[in-house]
Design a protein around this ligand. Structure first.
Ligand SMILES: Nc1ncnc2c1ncn2[C@@H]1O[C@H](COP(=O)(O)OP(=O)(O)OP(=O)(O)O)[C@@H](O)[C@H]1O
Ligand SMILES: [Mg+2]
Length: 354
């Protein structure tokens, strides 16, 4: 399996810089998930890695070798797109074996690899059907199978699960995780799905406007986001963030550095007594019921900041109510100038490795 490294990688389309100074090393067998707002450059980064798009600057190294200008087939990578890109006139069996046949792979080897992929992805029943006779999820499994039989040094997935319904998504997500374990494969995966990113990744890379904002394990990014952007991007519903000028930092937390904003995740707010010294008054506007827990949406403070609290089912809060709530002090995030995390916060000891 391959290691992958980007060195000062940049990409322009005309005057627009879509990737800037990307430096990232992906270890052998690692599963790295790329996240970021639409248009931030995730697909472009994968396409440059695959050799489908030239870089404007910097280098792509695969197994330590400079592959910046290598042809796609010289890189030993397999890419699976959101659109499955199967050949419509071929059966599943033909789709799976086509690449190997073109490369003159011996018949016995083709058969052996097919059987392995078919077993992993449970494609037995589908082998003689054409893509038009398959569901979206089945097509996606075939597309993943086609990547597996290539025995690539790394798999690149661009939102491979986003066209699927919730149940199938979960099923294929677990399959991808299992695949990663079984093949000990290096994988780079783009997703818009929070849960996918958190559950699949060894490390998450957060991109914004073509630049890396933070790299770290899912837990590190959740616990110690480097800045306000990462804090609000990861987590669902997102972290509540308040201006310290409008809603004072909870007593005892502010250090010597001036705090411009502070944040608390919805799951780290709880209902409390009105006389609690840390109590904030939340005006509950709307309650989303999820079964096991509820999301209470409302406002807080005179300036009507939006706030969300996650409550376990069985609470007695009602829409329209003024509810005393308090942040778990250990879970408060402090941000200073330029939105950067202040390490004077209570969780400073768990700061993120870059
Ligand atoms: N061939 C191209 N020519 C010009 N601009 C392009 C081209 N491909 C992508 N772009 C621009 O580059 C930027 C990054 O696009 P990219 O597809 O990498 O975003 P993304 O992060 O994958 O977004 P999404 O989450 O919507 O898929 C966008 O502003 C896009 O419009
Ligand atoms: Mg994309």
């Amino acid at each position: 399996m391959s290691t992958i490294e980007f060195k000062s990688l940049g990409k322009r389309f005309g005057a627009q810089a879509v990737l800037r100074d990307i430096n990232l090393r992906i270890e052998e067998g690692e599963l790295v998930v790329l996240v970021g707002p639409s248009g931030c450059g995730k697909t472009t980064l994968l396409r440059i890695l695959a050799g489908l798009e030239p870089a404007s600057q910097g280098q792509v190294l695969i197994n330590g070798q400079d592959m910046t200008d290598a042809l796609p087939r010289e890189r030993g990578l397999a890419m699976v797109f959101q659109s499955y890109a199967l050949y419509p006139h071929m059966t599943v069996r033909q789709n799976l074996s086509f690449g190997m046949r073109m490369r003159g792979t011996p018949k016995a080897v083709i058969e052996e690899r097919l059987q392995r992929a078919v077993a992993i992805l449970q494609l037995q029943e589908l082998m003689d059907r054409r893509p038009g006779e398959l569901s979206g999820g089945q097509c996606q499994r075939v597309a993943i199978g086609r990547a597996i039989v290539q025995q690539p040094g790394a798999f690149l997935f661009d939102e491979p699960l986003s066209n699927l319904d919730a149940e199938l998504r979960l099923h294929l997500r677990l399959e991808l995780i299992r695949l990663h374990r079984e093949l000990r494969a290096t994988m780079v995966c783009v997703t818009h799905d929070q849960v996918e990113a958190m559950t699949m990744a060894d490390r998450i890379v957060v991109l914004r406007d073509g630049q890396i904002e933070q790299v770290g394990t899912p837990q590190a990014l959740y616990d110690t986001p480097r800045n306000r952007f990462v804090a609000q991007f990861l987590g669902s519903p997102p972290m509540n963030i308040f201006s310290a000028a409008e809603l004072p930092v909870p007593a005892g937390l502010a250090g010597p550095t001036p705090v411009s904003h502070w944040g608390i995740r919805p799951e780290h707010l709880e209902m409390c007594e009105a006389h609690d010294p840390q109590a904030l008054t939340m005006h509950v506007l709307h309650i989303e019921r999820l079964g096991s827990s509820d999301w209470l949406h409302g406002t807080v403070g005179s300036s009507a900041h939006r706030i969300c609290l996650q409550a376990t089912a069985g609470h007695r809060a009602r829409a329209g109510q003024h509810l005393p709530v308090r942040p778990a002090l250990q879970q408060v995030h402090l941000f200073g100038p330029h939105g950067l995390r202040l390490d004077s916060g209570p969780r400073a000891e768990t700061s993120t490795p870059a």
